[in-house]
Design a binder for this molecule. Sequence first.
Ligand SMILES: [Zn+2]
Length: 163
Amino acid sequence: MPYPILLDPDRRLRQESHEVTEITDELILMLDKMYETMVLHDGIGIAAPQIGKNLQVAIVELDEEERFEMFNPKIIEKKGSTIDVEGCLSIPHVYGTVKRADLITLRFYDREGDELEVEADGYLSRAIQHEIDHLHGILFTDKVIEYIKEEDLETYMEEHEDD
Ligand SMILES: [Zn+2]
């Protein structure tokens, strides 16, 4: 069963999430249900606060080949900057441009409890930064430069294809 997704302005989306101290079976079950919820809503990322869990757990999957399941993710290095459009499962039908670091190095624990250090760029880097913001009570609308109407999204994407 997927989780219901909390919608802005639910105050639980604005809390600082706690670090995970132990990856229990219960947390793995939560992780799998979060993934199920993300896929059901055609999302490319989801963070635990969005399902009402105040924990540093997030998932990003841009395509089926690369799924990032992250416990206690931390960005340890940022390089460059880029502007692109974002949306959020907790803020349906709202889209806007946000400035993010272009290249990030991040550390997190995976579902096995192994600590990984990964570099990401492009939209993957953006999606990870968006999800990590959720863990600190930050929504993309806090950082939006310009809102884009849903009906203008396709045009925006075409115009910025090469960015
Ligand atoms: Zn979001």
